[in-house]
Design a protein. Sequence first.
Length: 551
Amino acid sequence: MSSGTHGKTQSFDAIVVGSGAAGGFAAKELTEGGLDVVLLEAGDLIHPDDFPVPSPHAPVATTKDRLLAALQGRHVQSRCTSFSPMTRHLFVDDRLNPYTTAKNSPFSWFRTRKIGGRMHLWGRHVMRWSDLYFKAADHDGCGVNWPLSYSDIEPYYCKVEKFLGVYGTRDGVPHLPDSEYTGPRELTQKELELARIVKQKWPERYVIPARTIKHNPHRVPLPLIAAEKTGRLTTRANAVVRSITVDAQTRLAAGVNYVDSQQKTDLFVKSNIVVLCASPIETVRILFNSAGPGYPSGIGNSSGLLGQYIMDHSSLLFFGPVSEDELSPATDESEDDPWDLAKSSGFYIPRFRNVLDKHPDFYRGYGIHGGIGRTPNFWWILVFGQMIPAASNRISVNRRKKDAWGIPAAHIECARSENDYAMADDAMRTVTEILDQTRLVTLENSKRHRQWMKTKPLQSFVFNQLLKTVFAKPHLLHLGAGIHELGGARMGADPKTSVLNGFNQCWDVKNVFVTDGACFPSSGEHHTLTTMALTVRACDYILKEYSQGRL
C-alpha cells in the first residue's frame, strides 16, 4: 500500500481517519462511489517484517515477556490477551501514548497503530444483531433504542459478509440471524461432546460453530486493497490527528489538523467530508480536541452528551491444559499460518438470559466463546457480557496530560455496575457447570500449575502480581480487556439526547460522520460486523447526499 505525500495542502472529497474495521470499509465504499479520499492513519504502513512466522502456532507470552515489555514502555499493552513475542511490535508505546483513568477504576485501553489497526489482532468473530439488540429498551426498559432496526441494516450485513466471506452454519437461533455463508465450520470431537452435554442438560441453550470471517493471508485488510485498486485513495501514514477545523461561516468541517509523527510537523488537509473511524476513545478525543468558536466544548457536544455512555464487555476468561492426543486437525486452508487468529475458535453459545424469560438478578445477557482441541496444550472459554449504558461512564480529555505530539490525552471513567457484577457471577456459575460436566480443568487447578507454583516461588509470585493487573477478580478481566469499547458519541433520533443521527451524521456539523463503535447507544456480545455494516450504510447515505450537493 502506497503512502501519499505530506506537504502542501491538498483538497479531497473526503477524509477517513483510521484504517481498521470502520475505516477500511469507509475508504472502500467512498472510493468505489467515485470520491477522492485521503486516509489518515496514525501508524506505519505494512511491511513484510511486521508478520513473522516463527512456528505453525503463535507463541504465547510468558511472564518474563510481559514483565520486560512493561518495563520497556508497554505497561498497559502487555496485559492484552493478544500480546505475545509475535505481536508485541503492533502495540503502541504507552509512554508516547498516555491516557488517564478515574481513581480506583482501571481501564485497559489496548491500541495498535498500523495500517489495518486492530484488525491484525481480531479473532474474526462475526454475529449479526437482531431487534433484541437494536430495540433493547423496548424489551427491558433500560437505556434507549437505536434509531434503526434490523430491517434497516440487514442489506448491509449481507454486503459485508459476501465481500469478506463468512464460515458458519444455519443454526435457526431466533435472536441471532443467520449470515450469508461461504462455507461451513466444523466442531471438533471435544466441542461436539460439549454441545451434546449442554443440549441434554440445558435444552434452551444453543451450541453452534463459531461464525468467523475467512482468513486473509494478504495482511492488508481486503477493504483497503479494494479502495487502493480504485486509484482514488491516498494513504497518509504516521498521521496523528489533532482536531477537525470548522468553517465559522458555513458551519461545515473544512478539514483535519494532524501531526506527522516522524517529521514532528503540524499539517492540515482539506476536504468536504470527514469520517471518523479512529476507534471510540480516540474518535471522542478528537471531537473534544476540536473545540473552537461555536463549539466551545467540542464538536458534537451541543447535547452535552459527547463522551458519555461508554461501554465495554464484562469479560471472563477460562483456560486450561489439554494433552496432545486431544488435538483435532485444523479445518481450513490456513492451518500453518500463526496469524490466523480465528483458527482457535470453535464453538459459540449465544445469549440465553433475558431472551424469553426475565432473569431476577440482572438485565441483558452474555455470549460464550471457546475452543477445545484446536490449540496445542490448552483449551479456552471467553465470556462477553453486555454493559447497561450509564452517563457516569464517560470519556473526556485531560489537558494537563499530553501525548508525545502535544495533543491532550483521553481521560476514561468507567466502572462496573451492580448489574454487571450480577451478570458476571451468573456467567461464572454457568461456565463452572459446563466445566464440571465436561471434566475440563482450569489452569489454576491443574497438577502441572500447582507443581510449578511450588518449585518456582519467585516466578509464581511475579505471575500472581501480573494477574492482578489483568483480572479484577478470579476470571473476571478488568474493563477494557475485551477490546470492545463502545459509545461516547451515540446515535439517536433526537439531537437533544444524542450526538449523531440514524445515519451516523453529526447533528452539530452535518459533514462530519462517526462510524466506529463510538456511535453505539447500547452493546451486544459482539460488534465488529455491526460496525462494518453501519459504516457501509453511512457511506451509502454520504454518497447520495454528496451527489445532491447537501454536504
